[in-house]
Design a protein around this ligand. Structure first.
Ligand SMILES: [Zn+2]
Length: 164
């Protein structure tokens, strides 16, 4: 998964906590100011109230940022889980000509026709991409340079020797 999404969410959570702590400290200072025996200094009270308002606004903004970061994180985790579940339906096999490909497990076909998926795309991009083609060589649907040899028809053995 994209670790920067997790790191971003955790960093925001840390900042949100310190902003909330600051606001709590300011609120405490206001409380103290009004609970002392002397009548509170109006200027000091006003400046503390403004400070608290600013801190609460910052905390609010942080909350919005954090909730969108958490949403992204949860989407990322869901996508990761879906990919792992999808990947579990395939088994790495070797074609008769030594190429490694992923093959749909029969017991997990869920009614889908038997097919192969591209190991290069699966490893590199975490994508399930079909391998298709009718002949001896089949290729990936996304990148035509991902070619896999399933068979090598021996034309010579079909009695075409006269051709040479
Ligand atoms: Zn591919």
């Amino acid at each position: 998964m994209d670790m920067s999404i997790l790191e971003n969410a955790l960093a925001l959570a840390g900042t949100a906590l310190s902003v909330t702590d600051k606001a709590a400290g300011t609120a405490e200072a206001i409380k103290k100011l009004f609970s002392s025996d002397k009548s509170p200094d109006a200027n000091e009270a006003m400046s503390l109230v403004n400070k608290l308002a600013g801190e609460l606004t910052a905390a609010n903004v942080m909350n919005v940022d954090m909730s969108s970061a958490l949403k992204r994180l949860s989407q990322e985790l869901k996508a990761q889980d879906e990919f792992e579940q999808e990947k579990a339906r395939y088994q790495l096999v070797t074609t008769s000509h030594g190429d490694m490909v992923y093959k749909l497990r029969e017991e997990m076909a869920n009614g889908e026709p038997m097919h192969y998926v591209c190991p290069a795309c699966l490893k590199k991009d975490r994508m399930i991409v079909f391998i298709q083609g009718e002949g001896d060589y089949k290729h990936c649907q996304v990148d035509q340079s991902h070619v896999y040899t399933f068979n090598r028809t021996e034309y010579r053995s079909r009695g075409n020797d006269s051709f040479y």
